[in-house]
Design a binder for this molecule. Structure first.
Ligand SMILES: [Zn+2]
Length: 101
């Protein structure tokens, strides 16, 4: 088997990057609400119903993310995209339910 990446079939390892280069090309992430730039790790907990669970049992899934140290806001960018979409879907479903009632 030949590959354009050579004998291993994997891309060559990237050369080590100087951390100062990364920092010089980075910007601070700030809280969307208050502009603070420090965050603490927190967890989103998703409750999974027995219907959706692969094991058939209800459960909880902790998802690590970051909250503002000052106002506890969680920036949207800190929430995994798949969860944001789920929340939007739930919101839409709730709206439809409300209209029916
Ligand atoms: Zn904040």
């Amino acid at each position: 088997m030949s590959s354009k990446f050579g004998s291993g079939g994997r891309p060559p390892q990237a050369p080590p990057i100087d951390p100062s280069v990364i920092l010089n090309n980075s910007t601070d992430v700030r809280c969307e609400k208050c502009g603070n730039a420090t965050f603490a790790q927190v967890f989103l907990i998703k409750h999974i119903s027995s219907i959706a669970s692969p094991t058939g049992e209800e459960g909880m899934i902790p998802i690590p993310t970051y909250a503002c140290n000052v106002c506890n806001n969680v920036n949207k960018e800190f929430i995994p995209a798949i969860l944001r979409k789920t929340d939007e879907r739930e919101t839409t479903t709730n709206k439809i339910t409300l209209v029916k009632e």
